[in-house]
Structure formats: structure tokens, C-alpha cells
Design a protein around this ligand. Structure first.
Ligand code: NAD
Length: 449
């Protein structure tokens, strides 16, 4: 791993390389409070809001959401935290006004996917450090636009990929960096989550369900389900590919070079509507393009392969299905087990991962375990928000930057293309334009993020 001094040096070198528009550092030592604007304060936006309101160094000055109730609930949270109400914007394109406010240093975007790129572009063009929910983009065109806007304006974008901070994948990252798996060969990951009650949610049951979508639906049923109607590919790759990209130093000495995807037939969503709304429910006539299980193989420059699975329409317990494998051994998330040659006590037999988790727990987790306690998704949400705020305060390039954001998110568009072409191999664009070979890892190498 890079030593801390090198880590700092690297960051400031990268900073120096960015466009001249970068504001100077001293502004922050004089004013340590980060003034945030939130675009989208639905379920996810409010969960980020809760996290930032725990911090004394953050104020929330503006909110944009088309749902007045979401705005009301958010300002109630802000008031309860002892702060004064944020300015509110409720028009569909009012985010364009929010990003121009002088009392907004940075924005957090947690809106439906189709809004991510337009909102991030507006924020970056206005010079606002941007925290963007996953996935960053839907198309390759949007991906290039984000890269070019960052390069032109020098404004940073951090992808808020919380799973990179999951405790076990960070311990595994630590082990990968220390060479315990030998040379890395393979990783497996995915988004394997029964989203049927999210895609169809009439708001009548605590965990979703029903047969309603669109304006009749609740939360993600209002917009996410449409992507299953119109698209066939890996629609949600970043929770899996993000942590794997950190293990494999993607965009930092390595890169994705090509992928191929195959999709099964589509059965689960229609079946769910019929079971919950009856055969005559209007949604029972909808044809879903999305195959129930989409499997993608990705090749890497340094000779590793990654398999990533998108599986959201079938009854199944949740698992991101992580697996890290190298020349010396293998860890598997499912079963929480590990085997390391010449270390594991019994030849050819798994041992539990727990003792390794304790031994190789990442220093960030050791240090901030208590602070992470009341954050969502087992604490990882604390770390991703912390990394964002600390990056904004220091005006540092973020640990998960625009190149990571687009490479990880582009798996969707590329897998759609591959599925469309019957599983053909599709070339992966090099969004770094060659810089991948000299860029150095930064993620979780310093105390700040
Ligand atoms: P949601 O539907 O609950 O919230 C989206 C919000 O965006 C709504 O309040 C909606 O009114 C608002 N919105 C829609 N159009 C808008 C516009 N033009 N301007 C301003 N606001 C607008 O959905 P969610 O569950 O909060 O998901 C939001 C995003 O967060 C998605 O991209 C999702 O993928 C991501 N997410 C990530 C995680 C994670 O673990 N990282 C978890 C959940 C959701």
C-alpha cells in the first residue's frame, strides 16, 4: 500500500494537474463548514441528509425535489437538528437554480437514474463539488460528458458507492493489498436482490409489494420499474463492481478492456403482478425487456476476469455474491469463508472468515466503528458520506472519482449492447484516455477517506 506521505503527495499532484479553476485551500481552513445542497430528498436523499446532520461541520442550505412532502420532511429533519430551514425548490428543472447559489459549496444528487447525469453536469458546470448516487450514467455519451466536464472545469465528482466501504470487502481489500491472495486472478460480484416489492409498491405494506407502478406507486416504483420495461442488461452494476475495482486497481494501473453479457428470459415481474394484482390488472399486459438474471464477464488489462450478476426479479435472499480469488487462495461472501494455501489448517477445506475479518479489519473501520453505528446499510453509509464531506472540505480529488464513476456505471450500457448483439464481446472505452497506467490507488489509503 502507498504510504501516507506518498498518498498526500499523489493527491496534491493530481490536484495540481486539474484545471486552473480550482479554488485555493486557504478558503477552507478559514471556513471549515461545508454548505450542502441536496437534489432529490426521497428515501436515499433523506438517509444522506440524516448522516450529514450528525456532523457539526455541515450546514444544509438548499433542497430541490419535485415532491413537496419530501421537502417538508427534510426541512423537519434539519430543524430538529437545531439548524435553520433550507431554501426549497420544487420545479423539475429547479436544480439548475440550486446549483447557482453562492451558499452551496457542494451538492448531493439522489434522484431517479435518468436525472443523474443532467444534474451532475449542471452542478459541475456551476463549480459545485458533486456527490452522485449510483449509477452515475445510463449511456456512454453521458459518461464522456461527465469526464469532459470534469476535465474542462476542474470540478470534482464523487460516486457515492457505499458498498466500497462495506466492512468485509474492505478487510478483503486490505488482504489483497498485503498479497494474501497472491496475484489476483478473478472476482465475482453482483446485485442479487429480490426487488419485486420495490418495483411494485402500492404503499400499503411496510416493505412494499402490490402491483402498482408509476404515479400510483411509491418511491422507486415510480421510476425504477420503467427501466425493467425498456432495457435488458445489468441495470445496477456499481455495488458489485465498485469494491472489485478497488481490489483490482481499475483505472489505477489496470482497466476494464471488454465485456460480454447474456440475459435469461423474463418471467419474474409478470408473475409477480399476476400473483399480487390478478391476471386482469392493467400491468399484467406490460412486457418486460429485462431478463431475470443477466450475467456479464469483464476482462481486465492485467489478465483478471470479473463475473457480475444482476438478479432482481426472482425470489431469493439478498447477496452481492462477492468472491476474490488469486494464485494463493479465495474468499467468498456467500458462506463467509476463505481458503488460503499453506495458511488454512486443512488442505482443500474452507475455514470461517471471521478470524481474518478481525485480523485484517480496515484501519478506517477500526477507528470509526462507533461513529458508523447509526448509519444505514451496516455502517457503510457513514463512511461514504464522510469521505465526500472530507474531500469537499479539503478540495481534494475524491477517492471514487469521475473516471471510476463512469467506468463502473458504463457496465450497464455496454452490457445492454452485448445482450442486444447476442452476447458479443464489446470493447470497454478507456475513459482515462491512457492515464490509467500512471494513476495511483487512493481509496482508503489515508485517514480522510
Ligand atoms: P426515491 O424515489 O425514494 O427518491 C427519488 C427522489 O427524487 C424523489 O423524492 C423524487 O421526487 C425526486 N425527484 C425526481 N425527479 C426530480 C427532479 N427533476 N428534481 C428534483 N427531485 C426529483 O428513490 P431513492 O430510493 O431515494 O433513490 C434515489 C437514488 O439513490 C437512485 O439513484 C438509487 O439508485 C440510489 N440509491 C442508492 C442506494 C445505495 O445503497 N447506494 C440505496 C437506495 C437508492
Amino acid at each position: 500500500p502507498m504510504r501516507r506521505r506518498d498518498f498526500l503527495k499523489q493527491s496534491s499532484l493530481a490536484a495540481a494537474g486539474a484545471a486552473a479553476a480550482r479554488p485555493d485551500w486557504s478558503a477552507f481552513s478559514q471556513n471549515p463548514t461545508v454548505r450542502l445542497g441536496f437534489i432529490g430528498v426521497g428515501l436515499r436523499g433523506r438517509s444522506h441528509l440524516e448522516q450529514v446532520l450528525y456532523r457539526p461541520d455541515v450546514t444544509v442550505t438548499a433542497l430541490a425535489d419535485v415532491d413537496p412532502d419530501a421537502l417538508r420532511q427534510s426541512n423537519e429533519m434539519i430543524r430538529k437538528s437545531g439548524r435553520k430551514d433550507a431554501a426549497v425548490y420544487s420545479g423539475e428543472r429547479d436544480f439548475e437554480k440550486l446549483v447557482l447559489r453562492k451558499d452551496v459549496d457542494a451538492v448531493i444528487v439522489s434522484t431517479p437514474w435518468e436525472w443523474h447525469a443532467p444534474m451532475a453536469l449542471a452542478a459541475m458546470k456551476a463549480g459545485k463539488y458533486t456527490g452522485l448516487e449510483v449509477p452515475a450514467v445510463l449511456t456512454l455519451k453521458e459518461a464522456w460528458e461527465l469526464v469532459e466536464t470534469h476535465e474542462k472545469t476542474g470540478t470534482h465528482l464523487m460516486l457515492l458507492e457505499n458498498v466500497c466501504y462495506r466492512r468485509d470487502v474492505m478487510a478483503v481489500l486490505n488482504m489483497v493489498r498485503q498479497g494474501l491472495f497472491g496475484e489476483m486472478l478473478y472476482a465475482h460480484c453482483g446485485y442479487q436482490h429480490d426487488l419485486r416489492p420495490v418495483k411494485f409498491n402500492d404503499g400499503k405494506q411496510p416493505y412494499g409489494g402490490g402491483a402498482e407502478v408509476g404515479p400510483q406507486g411509491m418511491s422507486e416504483a415510480r421510476w425504477r420499474t420503467a427501466h425493467s420495461v425498456n432495457r435488458n442488461g445489468d441495470l445496477y452494476p456499481t455495488h458489485g463492481i465498485g469494491p472489485v475495482a478497488e481490489w483490482l486497481n481499475i483505472n489505477r494501473g489496470n482497466r476494464f478492456t471488454a465485456l460480454a453479457s447474456m440475459a435469461t428470459k423474463s418471467r419474474g415481474l409478470h408473475k409477480y403482478i399476476v400473483e399480487n394484482g390478478g391476471e386482469n390488472h392493467p400491468n399484467a399486459k406490460v412486457t418486460f425487456k429485462l431478463g431475470d438474471i443477466v450475467t456479464t464477464s469483464i476482462q481486465c488489462q492485467n489478465g483478471e476476469n470479473v463475473v457480475i450478476v444482476h438478479d432482481t426479479n426472482s425470489p431469493r435472499p439478498y447477496s452481492l455474491g462477492f468472491r476474490a480469488q488469486g494464485t494463493k487462495g479465495i474468499w467468498m461472501d456467500d458462506g463467509d469463508q476463505i481458503y488460503l494455501e499453506k495458511t488454512s489448517p486443512k488442505h482443500d477445506q474452507w475455514e470461517p472468515f471471521a478470524p481474518y475479518q478481525a485480523k485484517y479489519d480496515h484501519p478506517l473501520w477500526r477507528k470509526f466503528e462507533k461513529d458508523a453505528e447509526n448509519a444505514g446499510h451496516g455502517g457503510m453509509d457513514f463512511f461514504v458520506v464522510r469521505a465526500f464531506v472530507e474531500s469537499v472540505k479539503r478540495k481534494w480529488p475524491p477517492p471514487i472519482d469521475v473516471y471510476d464513476a463512469v467506468a463502473w456505471s458504463a457496465v450497464s450500457a455496454l452490457s445492454e449492447e452485448s445482450v442486444r448483439k447476442g452476447g458479443a464481446l464489446v470493447e470497454f472505452p478507456d475513459f482515462t484516455k491512457g492515464k490509467w497506467s500512471s494513476r495511483q490507488p487512493v481509496f482508503a489509503l489515508g485517514e480522510e477517506y
